[in-house]
Design a binder for this molecule. Structure first.
Ligand code: PMP
Length: 417
């Protein structure tokens, strides 16, 4: 039997995929770019760049209102992206796909529209210690406005939310539960289906922050069973400034608009405004048309890739990177969950992460340094910051070797050798 026919990682043609991402040929400080900052934003393949270029070159026009050819073409391209995304997420209805600026806006939409209209004093909103600031602060604001109380499920030393602890914090007071599918700071994958079932048993509505999941795995909102799912286009190889909120029709229908303006209305008089149907009720003003079209191109691109092959390749790289980094003296990996994706956060003894960053950059290695918009996670480990290397499917073992070599240089510089 040909092993390449059975091993998914072997089927995944990394060189062909890398050729789709022109930026990977760039030199940085005269050295080949080693892009390991994918959790911050991922790079864009040619079809996405082409879709943006083509829209602006050939049919730039406002959508939904115009009756001329360009407007019709732009409207059709934008709405066809919505259909693609609905299919990609296995959403039951395409009108449940609300275009937003990204995960941050998607969560704010739910916190502002849904949460503030249902929460009463003494109700509880449950989040976890893993959350990005964008899945903390909107809930703090909603709680402040309504008198509800924010509760936080702790994490263990490996950076996991333990299901028992999660369940123990649910009660009939819990009205909303919000958690990340995957942690951006640690890479931990939460058992989203199990958590959703627990939250539903307690009678709560569930919103999942999927910013870090969509680039690494196929997301099926019906299989997860959640009520809302938020994601960002730019993390899943699409443009910046565009994202999605998926929500159940039964909830979205009852929610008040998030913003008022053009496109979200059916009729306006000074006495009374009638709101538009879904999804437009939540899409006031001219949207990021090129972004929506570009995100559709990203979804097409991802759809055509071998999803299993990608997962196997990323899994292999994560294991390799973990092994290689663990051999560096004084390196402490932060986030060692049993179930995690390709995010490697670490500190080096005696060297502040901010001092490492310029040396790594000089070697052409792009990583993230800081608290990763997850200060409570840093507090949990009593550290100010980490260096975070985050892998995408176009990364290679050579990229990891380059990171390890650059870290050796950092250590040599700071030990005065
Ligand atoms: N949640 C998580 C887990 C993230 O990683 C990020 C981006 N770092 C966000 C939310 C916010 O996404 P955006 O800035 O695209 O709105």
């Amino acid at each position: 039997m040909n092993p390449t026919a059975t091993h998914p990682a072997a089927q995944f043609d990394i060189q062909r995929v890398r050729a789709d991402f022109p930026i990977l040929n760039e030199l940085v400080h005269g050295k080949p770019l080693i892009y390991l900052d994918n959790a911050a934003t991922s790079q864009k393949p040619n079809p996405v760049i082409k879709a943006l270029d083509e829209y602006y070159r050939r049919y730039n026009s406002n959508i939904h209102r115009g009756v001329h050819a360009l407007a019709e073409r732009a409207t059709e391209a934008y709405e066809s992206s919505r259909r693609k995304i609905a299919r990609y997420l296995n959403a039951p209805n395409q009108h449940e796909i609300i275009f937003t600026r990204g995960t941050t806006e998607s969560i704010n939409l739910v916190a502002s529209s849904y949460a503030t209209s249902v929460l009463k004093p003494g109700d509880e909103v449950l989040i976890t210690w893993l959350e990005h600031h964008s899945n903390i602060v909107p809930w703090q604001i909603a709680c402040e406005k309504t008198g509800a109380v924010l509760k936080v499920v702790p994490i263990n030393e490996r950076g996991e939310v333990e299901p028992d602890q999660f369940e123990a914090m649910l009660s009939e007071r819990t009205k909303i539960v919000a958690f990340a599918h995957i942690s951006n700071a640690l890479g931990t994958i939460n058992p989203v289906r199990e958590f959703t079932e627990m939250a539903h048993r307690a009678g709560a509505v569930v919103i999942i922050d999927g910013a870090q999941a969509a680039p690494h795995m196929r997301v099926d909102v019906q299989a997860i069973g959640c009520d809302f799912y938020a994601l960002s286009g730019h993390k899943m190889f699409g443009p910046t400034g565009i994202g999605v909120l998926w929500g159940r029709t039964s909830l979205l229908d009852k929610m008040p608009p998030y913003q008022g303006g053009g496109d979200m209305i059916q009729s306006v008089t000074f006495e009374k405004t009638v709101y538009n149907d879904l999804p437009y009720k939540f899409e006031a003003g001219t949207p990021h048309i090129a972004g929506g079209i570009g995100l559709g191109a990203a979804v097409d691109y991802l759809d055509a890739l071998d999803a299993e092959g990608i997962m196997a390749h990323e899994h292999d790289l994560t294991r390799y990177a973990t092994e290689q980094l663990s051999q560096i003296e004084g390196l402490r990996l932060i986030g060692t969950a049993a179930n995690k994706v390709s995010v490697l956060s670490f500190t080096l003894e005696g060297i502040h992460p901010y001092d490492m960053a310029p040396v790594l950059d000089h070697e052409g290695v792009a990583v993230r340094t800081g608290h990763h918009c997850a200060q409570p996670v840093m507090d949990r480990y009593q550290i100010p910051a980490t260096v975070r290397a985050s892998i995408a499917f176009y990364n290679t073992r050579q990229d990891i070797d380059a990171l390890v070599a650059a870290l050796a240089k950092v250590q040599r510089m700071f030990s005065g050798l």
